[in-house]
Design a protein around this ligand. Sequence first.
Ligand SMILES: [Mg+2]
Length: 295
Amino acid sequence: MSSRRKLLDLFETFLIDCDGVLWRGDKAIEGASRAVQVLQAHNKQVIFVSNNCTKTVDMFQHKFKTILNIDNIPSENIFMPAVSTAIYLKNKMNINTEKVFLIAQDAFKTTLEEHGIPSFGLGPVGIKQVHEWGDFEVDKSVKYVIVTYDPYYCHTKLTEAYLYIKENKAEFIAPDCDNFFAVSSTRKVPGSLSMQAGLSAVLEEKPRIMGKPDPLFFELIQKEHGEMNLSKTIMIGDNYNTDIKFGFNCGISTALVLTGNTKPEDIASFGGKQPDFVLGGLGDINDDLENKFHV
Ligand SMILES: [Mg+2]
């Protein structure tokens, strides 16, 4: 097969997930650093798209530097739900009259602030008993409620969020909806979804998702980077439910890598639509894909 089957030759824009593709925890994945450098050398548009809500863009740039030895990734080429949420709010809210209630970690608040969006609600709160809520004065200016992973999440925070959404018709925003966080090679713990699901259930309302697999994430990326040629764009990631479905939802090509979340034996269980390519790792972008072309 000719070199036309190399992903490098087939696409101009590469949307690349980070955890499980470039690194696992603080360890580089073999071949990933070289692959990113090859894409850069070929002047490809490379945008890193992560669902991580606990780190800032600066922290990611630091990871690129210390783990992959790459120090030239522009901040605007790192996209995560805190960034897309900030861009979304910047285009929508009136920061002089409206407020954001935030259930998240410090990094999320920092990212919103970097984009000029103030918020409140971070950190531990004094616990309220159920009977105390009768006198709680709902601040009518709170028009947005963001819920993602927060180690201080509790019934008190949930109730405050509920009241803003219910009584103010505040918009319910879930930056990511990851069901689990992998904490070791054998253990997963409940992710952001577990904090959003209780609110969703009592509100009978689904939140607006700001990360993968929602196509709004892609719309907001294009708002910053300009329109992309869908037939020349590929999403590369290790998670079928977030990365690959994101590609499907955006009408772009998809490549699943086997260096993270997905094991080869999982592929058969996907059912329905399969990724366009399955790669042993990101390093395969410059390989002849004759044996790996999956369709
Ligand atoms: Mg991943």
